[in-house]
Design a protein around this ligand. Structure first.
Ligand code: ATP
Length: 138
């Protein structure tokens, strides 16, 4: 069955939204297969965000993702990769549609990084790669 890697980013943990976010995944009908609260290592973030290295938002993004614990989870179900991205909403929480995680729970905090509460894999290839980064023990 299809799997995706979801992160509840440090802003979501700090704001006490772990439960609200996981509830949306579960009430949609997806299964939480793995779940861990952890602090990201520099190596994990470099691997996870390798495609963004060199972009202006990369340094503040890595700093933000390091500033507190995050939740990594694996969710499964047919269509879960696109389904979770649909639940999450578009990257910018200001314009993300109401009804989505980012649209309902997020906002612009006036920083040089978008604190947008969650990450979800964007393809089967990304999901496999990212699950190995956050759950290296298999
Ligand atoms: P989506 O793919 O829906 O945009 P994502 O989380 O995968 O969501 P990426 O484009 O991979 O987004 O960017 C990674 C993260 O970097 C974003 O989630 C956001 O936190 C931050 N980010 C992306 N673009 C910008 C930007 N232009 N300015 C500030 N932060 C950004």
């Amino acid at each position: 069955t299809e799997r995706t890697l979801v992160l509840v980013k440090p802003d979501g943990v700090e704001r006490g939204l772990i439960g609200a976010i996981i509830a949306r995944i579960e009430t949609k009908g997806y299964t939480v297969e793995r779940l861990e609260l952890l602090r990201a290592t520099p190596e994990q973030l470099a691997a996870h965000y390798a495609e963004h290295e060199g972009k202006p938002f990369y340094p503040p993004l890595v700093e933000f993702m390091s500033e507190g614990p995050l939740v990594a989870l694996v969710a499964s179900g047919h269509g879960v990769i696109q389904g979770f991205r649909s639940l999450a909403g578009t990257t910018d929480p200001t314009t993300a549609a109401p009804g989505t995680i980012r649209g309902d729970l997020g906002r612009d905090w006036g920083l040089n990084v978008q604190k947008n509460l969650v990450h979800g894999s964007d393809s089967e290839e990304s999901a496999a790669r990212e699950i190995a980064i956050w759950f290296p023990e298999g």
